[in-house]
Design a protein around this ligand. Structure first.
Ligand code: WTA
Length: 674
């Protein structure tokens, strides 16, 4: 865990770079926005905190409730010393998020509006699906799931690429009260097996294969391998396979069936299962400091309110606009801001199957031009990669439809921010830098485009209902300008409710560090204007291309290699990815360091987790910097990976190490590698 001092140093660097200039909302945009000024935001924010009953109650009443809620709440306990952590919103209500995302709009006469604009990997492939189409497909697939024995409360694992059927499968689960667990299509069989063993789902939905750029990616064979690996841990009865490509696809008799065959046998009549407000909607696995990834559980009603409200206000969405988020539905951003948030607001949401650099680095802007995209939402890593490709790729496409740009996943560096703002957005579009997490379900700290003056690199101010605080090392709230740990004081509607099957782990990871607070795991600074500057993770999690990676997971993979005795993994600065994965590896006696061995170590990480975890650097070393009690001093490893030329004096006190001599050797090795 970083100390408050480390956070302060980082905070000084980021804010100095970004704070030189303030960017007020464009006047015409503000005049037509849902929230038109900072004062209006402040008044709404105040009410959301002082009177959540009215504020969120009014918002929630626009949804359909089969049984109206008795009270808004929140009823909660954030303090472990007073009993189990509990969060409860909209008590007594019964609803269904699929009904609110689809049926409600169709019933109101909007069935012919476009819900999903799908853009294939190849620029010649596209499809437009109306609300009516999606609802029809969802009802049918819900019937398919029922025919496989899926009932309310059962889990269903979805391992799919960015095809419309993935959104359909999520909504079909929600329709019948089943809990979906989407596993990102880039994870390896080992990683799928771990998530399946934890979720114990009897049904898996997958796809034969998909093209990503010029490369085919196999999915079904990965699922087969995962089921084989995990056959002693769980039983899968049915695998439904969506056919995307025409190639060979092995099918197991009695277990595997084709999506299109199944859909041909069912009707499009399927009533919603009305579920309690707190009924779990989905779980999504995410990495933390220690142990295996945990299945973060989200509720129905609170998540519905949170994903919808943030979508509407932060993207300032107006009927008829076309919104595009480039994330994958395998991550929380895709759940909340491709599927649920947009559909709840009856938006047209673009779903993109391919990659931003295929057929060339102008693909994103070609799509913006083709579909006249109004809101474009991506990650800093993509912005940096596209910035590197040169301005011509951007400027040759018409981007006049763009109104608002968004950023998510890591702090956006001011250089990337300015390029995004001036070249992509022609200095016309506010950038909403949205800070949030898998656990928070929806945006926590974010500008509102018509209200909030921007500072490049700052996520600015809290969203409605969110009460951030800055804590010191002892968990004391700091006032005014301050740097420290970011924590949240009271529950917001879309807060995660638990870790699947392990509430004790949920409590210990998020609520045990400081009593009475949700601790986010990020450091931050609050400036004199009350703006928040996220400085990055303070724990052993790194954000690689905006994807969360637990260093412990990578270490566990490395030590599976027969030549590896010990490994320690830290983040390193990376021009495009934000953070790269830097591995210190101690070999077993008799093993000799070589490029082949380094390649073998990288391969084992890819096999255990997936290509997104591929190490960027492997440094073989004699040993690791350990204290006399055997604890690895990661601070030293981090600093060396960041800057191998660092002055020894800047590494801090190393006198408590069992063997202080190791530090010079590590530094030497780091210099050679750099
Ligand atoms: C980081 C992604 C700075 C942060 C939605 C957080 C950010 C982690 C931002 C969550 C941002 C996300 N500015 N840092 N705008 N957005 N992060 O769960 O470290 O994949 O804790 O959710 O990403 O990653 P996750």
């Amino acid at each position: 865990m970083d100390s408050v001092n480390d956070v302060a140093t980082k905070a000084a660097q980021v804010s100095e770079a970004g704070q030189k200039h303030l960017y007020p909302p464009p006047a015409d945009l503000a005049a037509a926005a849902h929230v038109k000024s900072l004062d209006e935001y402040k008044a709404m924010y105040r009410q959301s905190i002082d009177d959540p009953e009215t504020f969120f109650g009014n918002m929630a009443r626009q949804f359909h409730w089969e049984k109206p809620f008795d009270s808004v709440g929140p009823v909660y306990n954030f303090d472990l010393s007073k009993g189990p952590i509990k969060i409860d919103w909209f008590q007594g209500g019964k609803t269904n998020i699929c009904y609110n995302a689809l049926d409600r709009h169709v019933a109101a006469g909007h069935g012919d509006d476009v819900a999903i604009l799908w853009e294939g990997n190849s620029p010649d492939e596209q499809a437009s699906h109306t609300y009516h189409d999606v609802l029809d497909a969802v009802k049918k697939f819900a019937n398919v799931l029922k025919s496989k024995g899926v009932r309310k409360g059962d889990t269903v694992t979805l391992y799919m690429p960015m095809v419309v059927e993935l959104a359909v499968a999520c909504l079909a689960c929600a329709r019948i009260g089943a809990i979906h667990s989407v596993v990102f299509g880039g994870f390896s069989p080992e990683a799928i097996r771990g998530r399946m063993a934890d979720a114990q789902s009897k049904v898996v939905v997958t796809c034969d294969a998909v093209m990503r750029g010029a490369k085919p990616v196999q999915l079904k064979t990965q699922v087969d391998a995962a089921l084989e690996l995990g056959k002693d841990d769980f039983t899968v009865e049915s695998v439904v396979v969506f056919r995307r490509l025409a190639g060979e696809c092995p099918m197991v008799d009695g277990r595997d069936t084709w999506w299109h065959d199944e859909m041909a046998t069912v009707t499009a009549d399927c009533e919603c299962e009305w579920v309690e407000s707190e009924h779990p909607l989905f779980m999504l696995y995410t990495s933390g400091s220690t142990g295996k990834p945990k299945g973060i559980v989200h509720s129905t009603a609170g998540y519905m309110l949170g994903s919808w409200a943030t979508f509407k206000y932060v993207f300032d969405y107006k009927p008829g606009e076309v919104y595009w988020c480039t994330a994958d539905i395998g991550w929380i951003t895709g759940h909340s801001y491709i599927v649920y948030g947009p559909l709840l607001e009856r938006a047209t949401t673009v779903m993109f199957e391919g990659v931003p650099t295929y057929p060339d680095a102008g693909r994103c802007w070609a799509i913006c031009e083709k579909h006249a995209v109004n809101q474009f939402y991506t990650a800093p890593t993509a912005v940096r990669a596209l910035m590197k490709a040169g301005d011509d790729f951007v400027t040759k496409h018409d981007r006049s439809s763009l109104r608002i740009l968004g950023s998510v996943g890591e702090p956006i560096n001011p250089e990337a921010w300015r390029w995004y703002y001036s070249v992509v957005g022609e200095e016309r579009c506010p950038i909403v830098d949205t800070y949030w997490q898998t656990e928070t379900g929806s945006f926590m700290i974010t500008p509102l485009p018509g209200a909030t003056p921007l500072k490049p690199g700052s996520a600015t101010l809290p969203f409605f209902g969110v009460q951030p605080v800055v804590l010191d090392d002892k968990g004391v709230e700091l006032e005014g300008e301050a740097s420290g740990f970011l924590a949240i004081k009271k529950p917001w509607p879309s807060a995660s409710r638990s870790c699947y099957g392990d509430h004790a782990r949920f409590e210990s990871v998020y609520y045990s560090m400081f009593k009475g607070y949700y601790v986010a795991g990020d450091g931050c600074r609050r400036d004199a204007d009350g703006y928040y500057w996220i400085t990055g993770r303070v724990d052993d999690v790194i954000n690689v291309s905006g994807h969360r990676m637990g260093t412990a997971e990578v270490e566990s993979a490395l030590v599976l290699h027969p030549a590896c005795s010990e490994a320690a993994v830290v983040g390193m600065p990376h021009e495009i990815k934000g953070a790269g994965i830097y591995c210190y590896v101690v070999l077993k006696d008799g093993q000799v360091a070589s490029d082949e061995l380094a390649a073998g170590l990288k391969a084992i990480v890819r096999k255990e987790i997936g290509p997104i975890a591929t190490p960027d650097a492997i440094q073989f070393s004699e040993g690791l910097p350990k204290t006399r009690s055997g604890k690895i001093m990661r601070r030293i490893l981090r600093k060396l990976a960041e800057n191998p030329a660092i002055d020894m004096a800047e590494l801090g006190d190393i006198s408590t190490l069992a063997d202080p001599g190791i530090v010079a050797l590590l530094k030497d090795g780091a210099m050679k590698l750099a």
